[in-house]
Design a protein around this ligand. Sequence first.
Ligand code: PXP
Length: 240
Amino acid sequence: MIELGVNIDHVATVRQARRTHEPDPIVAAALAEQGGADGITFHLREDRRHIQDRDVELLMQTVTVKTNLELACADDVLAIALRVKPDWALLVPESREEVTTEGGLNVIADGGRIAAAIDRLKERDILTSLFVDPDVDQVAAAAKLGVDAVELHTGPYALAGHHSVASELDRLRSAGAVAVESGMRLHAGHGLNYINVRPVAKLPGMIELNIGHAIVSRAVMVGMKEAVAEMRRILDLCSP
Ligand code: PXP
């Protein structure tokens, strides 16, 4: 069964648009669990544009499935991760100007900084995952750092037109094969929706998908529990 991580950042984005108390990502996480989420993913950005420190504290107390804290290799958020101890820490690059995470980590160039963060997380028994572009060299570099998983960036695949979607899927397949051969768990995410998720879910060795925007968008129409359940049903049909 493909595991579904539901990213609830955008529930917090709507709340922060008014700087009020609703909608509450804590409630969204509980409903996502009811809809069949295997994990809840939340990104504590350095600029705190959506998830707030308070959310992280409460999610850690209330989520009963896996917690997956997405963070940059920055001291303040790393200190929070080490203190609250999520099941998973998903390291991502971050730039203040970006609308959303725009690319994978450059594990080859930034290996030292990333390795230092991984060592500290491992000391606290937190499982580690690196968000990387579907590039065999980046995945091989991630394997050398001894991480538990790589999350392949599916954004370029999601944005690809008819002419390039097959080659983007091939890139994901090749990079995924390196991850599996290296003994890492294979995760993927970014830009996945109810239509484009199927070929990614069917890639050999795929274990977990992290999906946010499409599910939260659908939840506006049909409710969080139903939006997650719809994605759950699609993934169940894709499972080997
Ligand atoms: N994985 C990572 C590393 C992300 O940064 C995001 C977006 O926050 C997602 C998955 C989910 O992407 P989307 O919201 O496009 O489904």
